[in-house]
Design a protein around this ligand. Structure first.
Ligand code: NAP
Length: 273
């Protein structure tokens, strides 16, 4: 048997900004594991061949990020329930000669909101902004928390309607007009505009008292969505750094059977060392 460290990587395009190698190296140190974890920039036509070669050469696990989560789903012989329901995979690993796919984004989001921020999701009115891979991936885990209802708004209405069809009526699709007079306890920004300074067309009237505003995007500075939410009087604000660490911890657990302690890793990334 080879003594080489187990080999993992995150694959996406772009990928330069990814904090996953740092997070997984901190998990490995914490749990006494010997692993290597790289970043792989792959073009769309090469994705399937890259995955096949990676596992053929003994790779132990891959994380998959934008824009490949749907592509990864199509390659899997086995799917976790969340991955099957969401149609998106962010974690790949070999099982019994087959490629297994899971989606840990939703569990990551739920653990960050429910456990780290101590904000119960059960019974809450949730508004999700965006209908891309990230929102698709988190819906099953949010649904498992029994919110009062989940509503999605997306810039491209047809994409939101397609998502609602995939979720069998448990998700309401809305327009900005229909949102007039409505209030929410939890507003989750799952659009990718934040990094370019674009905030979705939000309205302070949507914030129920104590509303939690959560931006899946993480950045060193306050995002435009969180600045708006703070100025509009939201009760609780968070970016997506905790979600990032929690989804990584769930991937690590699937790969290695041990769950790392996420608190010190989140803290370490927050202070940027
Ligand atoms: P995606 O599949 O490319 O979808 C992007 C979404 O953003 C679409 O709904 C798109 O609307 C919307 N959008 C983009 N620019 C917009 C703008 N200027 N105004 C309004 N809506 C806009 O991307 P994704 O995979 O869903 O990722 C979304 C974000 O979540 C990314 O920033 C990603 O980094 C973040 N994320 C974070 C974590 C974490 O662990 N913290 C995990 C996953 C994703 P249209 O359909 O109209 O184009």
């Amino acid at each position: 048997m080879s003594n080489a460290p187990a080999r993992y990587a995150v694959v996406g395009n772009p990928i330069g900004h990814s904090k996953s190698p740092l997070i997984h190296s901190l998990f490995a140190r914490q749990t006494g594991a010997e692993i290597s974890y790289g970043k792989e920039l792959v073009s769309e036509p090469d994705f399937a061949a890259f995955v096949e070669t990676f596992f053929h050469n003994g790779g132990a696990g891959l994380n998959v990020t934008v824009p490949f989560k749907r592509h990864a789903h199509a390659l899997c012989g086995k799917l976790s329930e969340n991955a099957a329901r969401s149609g998106a995979v962010n974690t790949l690993y070999p099982i019994d000669g087959s490629l297994a796919g899971a989606n840990t984004d939703g569990i990551g989001l739920v653990r960050d909101i429910r456990d780290n921020l101590a904000y119960a999701i059960s019974g809450k009115r949730i508004l999700l902004l965006g209908a891309g891979g990230a929102v698709r991936g988190v819906l099953p885990a949010l649904e498992n928390e029994s919110p009062a209802r989940m509503t999605v708004w997306n810039r491209t209405a047809e994409r939101a309607a397609e998502l609602a069809r995939a979720f069998d009526g448990s998700l309401a699709v809305t327009s900005l007009e229909a949102l007039r007079g409505k209030q929410f306890d939890l507003i989750i920004n799952g659009t990718s505009g934040s990094l370019q300074g674009h905030r979705p067309p939000v309205d302070a009237a949507w914030l129920a008292p104590g509303c939690c505003a959560y931006d899946m995007v993480y950045a060193d500075e306050e995002t435009v969505f969180l600045r708006w939410a703070r100025e509009a009087g939201a009760g609780l604000l968070s970016d997506g750094l905790g979600m990032l660490v929690e989804q990584a911890a769930e991937s690590f657990h699937l790969w290695r059977g041990i769950r790392p302690d996420t608190g010190p890793v989140i803290q370490r990334l927050r202070i940027g060392v």
